[in-house]
Design a protein around this ligand. Structure first.
Ligand code: AMP
Length: 457
């Protein structure tokens, strides 16, 4: 029996994992300077949380979630099985009864999270974070799960780095600052060629009328559209604008545009977002078709595309979601805005542009020879590691040629040789593996030599 990772999930191996770490570290640093702090969230939640927030009719909720019925819910003492039930004084009479309960609606349906904004908002409400001073600024990173058709840049377990601002203000300056932070992060990573698209999709005052207008227009061209778009006329007409189908493009271009149907408040908000972006020297493209696939967005939406990714070129999506906190049972006064970066795609884009190499690696391969040298080598390895050097210490004694051959193959910068002669003389032999030069040094000189060698690398 040979096991393999299932379709759509993958292992992230060294040296790629080093690049992942660097990306995540850069996010922590940059987001930290904007006053964001990390929130760590559960990987599964009640299905209902996502159905309510992301939207029952969205692709994500209607067909992409990994869901399961949880028979061990803590509110269900009788769901623990006959033996234990008896133990607790609850006697389950028959298998049939247990079976009937298992089918009953008291079991909770859970889903692996397909995104994290819903969880952040759930946590915000659950912990009464609206009483905290100022805006609550949170970031998260971790795996998300969607049952999508896997392809390059699209996985069933993928990773997001996201951030959310929750608070009583919906000031357009917040939208612009969130975007500024995002671009500062991309800049830190030296990501070239990223393009920012923005749009406003209105709010509950103006969007419904626009959606109806759009639906009516779409009805008139229904038979020219593909099956997906036809279905979306009924379920979610805005999503038709997302279509990538070649033959639908000319039709879509003639549809009414939301920009012409925003209410005065939404129009003013959008204009202010643009002014605040300009204030920060941020360039953008307006894209009236950018509606995003999640129901909770309103007003500002944005997306960033990056080169080298083929058709899955969106590395980040986000927007404002002022009604979501209320929808999930929190205070109506709390507004929100946030984004999620697709970490897989971000890493891929960097690798495609040749910026995927991460310096690092082995400073010292500590080759020891002779039983007497081993304790000295163990102690030296510890002191080198305490000083921050990366050290490989062979666990068993090897022949000289084999040991140095391995040092080469591990791409160590230096082999530090500790044999009985060195031990007697109180020195080590240091060999620079790039050019084969070697010298004998005292331990103190070894440390400064390694430090200089690192600095000049
Ligand atoms: P969304 O949560 O759908 O707004 O997606 C935000 C970002 O997550 C996208 O721009 C992608 O970069 C990334 N993303 C979404 N779904 C996937 C997936 N199945 N595989 C890889 N990345 C994804």
């Amino acid at each position: 029996m040979k096991f393999q990772a299932i379709k759509g999930v993958r292992d992230i191996l060294p040296p790629d994992s080093a690049l992942w770490n660097r990306v995540e570290q850069a996010a922590r640093e940059v987001f930290g300077t904007f006053g964001f702090a990390e929130i760590r969230l559960p990987v599964f939640e009640p299905t209902e949380l996502f159905a309510r927030s992301v939207g029952q009719e969205t692709d994500i909720v209607s067909k992409e979630m990994f869901s399961f019925w949880d028979p061990f819910d803590s509110r269900l003492p009788y769901a623990i099985g006959a033996e234990e039930g008896r133990h607790r004084g609850m006697i389950i009479e028959s298998e049939e009864e247990y079976g009937a309960l298992a089918l009953g609606d008291k079991f909770q349906q859970l889903s692996l999270r397909p995104e994290a904004t819903a969880s952040v908002v759930r946590a915000y409400i659950e912990h009464g974070m609206q009483t905290l001073p100022g805006n609550v600024k949170l970031y998260y990173m971790g795996p998300m799960f969607r049952r999508e058709r896997p392809q390059k840049g699209r996985y069933r377990q993928f990773y997001q780095i996201g951030a959310e601002v929750l608070g009583s203000s919906d000031a357009p300056g917040i939208d612009a600052e969130v975007i500024e932070m995002l671009l500062a992060f991309f800049e830190r990573l030296n990501l070239k060629g990223a393009i920012l698209n923005i749009n406003s999709i209105g709010d509950k005052n103006c969007r419904p009328a626009y959606v109806e207008l759009l639906r009516a227009e779409l009805q008139t061209v229904r038979d020219q559209l593909g099956a997906d778009s036809q279905r979306r006329i009924d379920t979610n007409p805005l999503r038709v604008l997302d279509s990538k189908l070649e033959h639908e493009q000319a039709i879509i271009e003639k549809l009414p545009r939301i920009a012409d149907h925003l209410c005065a408040e939404c129009r003013a908000h959008y204009d202010e977002v643009k002014r605040h972006l300009a204030l920060r020297g941020i360039t953008y493209q307006e894209n009236w078709r950018l509606v995003r696939g999640l129901d909770y967005y309103m007003r500002t939406t944005f997306e960033i595309t990056a080169p080298g990714l083929g058709s899955q070129n969106a590395v980040c999506g986000g927007g404002r979601y002022d009604g979501l906190v209320e929808l999930l049972g929190g205070p109506a006064t709390t507004k929100g805005i946030g984004f999620a970066i697709g970490t897989d795609r971000l890493v891929l884009s960097r690798q495609e542009s040749g910026a995927g190499e991460v310096a690092g690696g082995l400073d010292v391969y500590l080759a020891w020879f002779g039983a007497a040298a081993q304790p000295a080598a163990v102690k030296l390895a510890r002191r080198l590691r305490d000083a921050g050097f990366v050290v490989e210490l062979p666990a068993v004694e090897m022949k000289f040629g084999k040991s140095l051959g391995l040092a080469d193959r591990l791409k160590a910068r230096h082999a530090v040789i500790l044999g009985e002669d060195e031990l007697a003389a109180g020195v080590v032999t240091v060999k620079r593996l790039s050019d084969g030069t070697q010298q004998k040094l005292t331990e103190q000189d070894l440390f400064s030599f390694l430090r200089e060698s690192r600095a000049s690398d």
